[in-house]
Design a binder for this molecule. Structure first.
Ligand code: NAI
Ligand code: HPV
Length: 387
């Protein structure tokens, strides 16, 4: 029996996919795996027996990835599963920033009791007029799952789209419309675009990437959209640029006290992925990833361990070893297996940065003493009998 704990509510169409012998527990401390959306795990004590974390979503800045890896906890996310939901809200952001739709809606409500509302409308509407996005330049920073969808959709709306992503994967490049102009220096976007939207992960290297230096490069009246993470933008610098009128609108999905009190901000309560479709997609993908890892030891879409897929074990037993990416690990593991006379039928060893994973299929079941010996190898972080 495996125990799952949810740190946030997770869509039922995903949670019901766990095998029958899985149960949900209220106690994080006794869980084999956690499911999470945006709840912060940074202050949490990681349970000793925890094997995996499934982030039903894209951003993993709420999870201590390195500590998890050190403890042999594999963290998964669900790439692309909520990209369409975010793209649609970014498009809404483009439109909301181009005309004062919010002001117009509020005016109608305020004047609802006025019997002359039809007449006063025609006099008042000029206060809410704006411009069209067709023909304007949109800069997209980060062309992953969301950025590519936003860029492609904007080309269909008649925008001239500039895209920047120095780490673009080949698969992501295939998804991009040929009408998106590939930019190799982000400054071109900062200098030339009327609208700039950011779709990068929050990392040490991206924190505060929109700051005074970048804002000073931008055209007067630029619109900036942030549906990625709040601290990608330096709020003080943004407040100054907005107050000076250089930024016409700052559209953000991340309220904090500074942004909530800024002028000319269009602020939403982190709604990008809050659609039934995105929540369902993320939950299904996260549960499938966790189940494949817990049942078969396979790793797909991990953010702190390498991918590894040996399908379903066809032999008597399978053992998974999470370890540091250092020399002589395979030699030591196979020597211990050989000492028990265990015949290896299949084996994969993969590494990613400082961590590595070895998955071994064996003809016969391993003795407990052999598992214990594997655990004593220096650099081994966890040994798990998968089958
Ligand atoms: N508002 C919301 O509800 C949501 C927000 N997000 C945020 O959006 C971010 C992006 O999501 P996805 O597109 O799904 O992720 P993704 O991993 O598919 O794409 C991120 C892209 O950013 C690129 N990148 C990294 N550093 C960069 C840099 N310095 N300059 C330019 N490009 C850079 C990467 O190469 C990658 O192609 C997430 O990390 C998350 O923080 C994601 C989903 C929902
Ligand atoms: O997937 C992401 O990175 C998001 O920001 C969505 O967060 P949520 O699952 O809506 O709490």
């Amino acid at each position: 029996m495996k125990k799952i704990h949810c740190l946030n509510p997770i869509a039922e169409c995903g949670t019901k996919l766990f095998p029958e012998d899985y149960v949900f527990t209220d106690q994080a401390a006794e869980a084999d795996a956690l499911l999470v959306r945006s709840a912060s795990m940074h202050e949490m004590e990681l349970p000793e027996n925890l094997l995996a974390v499934g982030r039903a979503g894209a951003g993993v800045n709420n999870i201590p990835l390195d500590e998890c890896a050190q403890q042999g906890i594999v963290v998964f996310n669900t790439p692309g599963a909520n990209a369409n939901g975010v793209k649609e809200l970014v498009l809404a952001g483009l439109f909301l920033a181009s005309r004062d739709i919010a002001g117009g809606l509020a005016w109608c409500k305020e004047n609802a009791a006025d019997p002359q509302i039809a007449k006063t409308t025609e006099k008042s509407k000029k206060a809410f007029a704006g411009c069209e996005i067709k023909g304007k330049k949109l800069g997209v920073i980060g062309l992953g799952a969301i950025g590519a969808e936003v860029a492609n959709a904007a080309t269909h709306l008649g925008m001239e789209v500039y895209g920047y992503d120095p780490y673009l994967s080949v698969n992501a490049a295939w998804r991009l419309s040929r009408n998106v102009k590939h930019i190799t220096n982000a400054d071109t976007i900062f200098r030339e675009c009327d609208y700039i939207t950011v779709h990068v992960p929050l990392l040490e290297s991206t924190k505060g990437m929109i700051d005074k230096e970048k804002l000073d490069m931008m055209k007067d009246g630029v619109v900036i959209l942030n549906f990625a993470r709040d601290i990608l933008v330096n709020d003080d610098d943004m407040a100054e640029a907005v107050a000076a009128g250089r930024v016409a609108r700052y559209v953000s999905d991340f309220p904090n006290p500074k942004v909530a009190n800024m002028d000319r901000v269009i602020l939403m309560p982190h709604l990008g992925a809050s659609t039934k479709e995105s929540e369902d997609n993320c939950a299904v993908m996260a549960v499938q990833e966790l189940t494949d890892y817990l049942e078969n030891g396979n790793i797909r879409n991990s953010v702190n361990y390498p991918s590894c897929d040996m399908g379903v074990c066809q032999t008597e037993s399978r053992v998974a070893v999470l370890h540091k990416n250092i020399p002589n690990m395979i030699g030591q593991i196979t020597a211990i297996l050989a000492a028990q006379g265990a015949n290896i039928t299949d084996m994969t060893n993969k590494s990613r940065d400082r961590f590595a994973y070895t998955l071994v299929d064996l003809e016969h079941s391993l003795e407990e003493a052999t598992i214990e010996r594997l655990k004593t190898i220096e650099g081994v972080l966890r040994v798990r009998r998968v089958k």
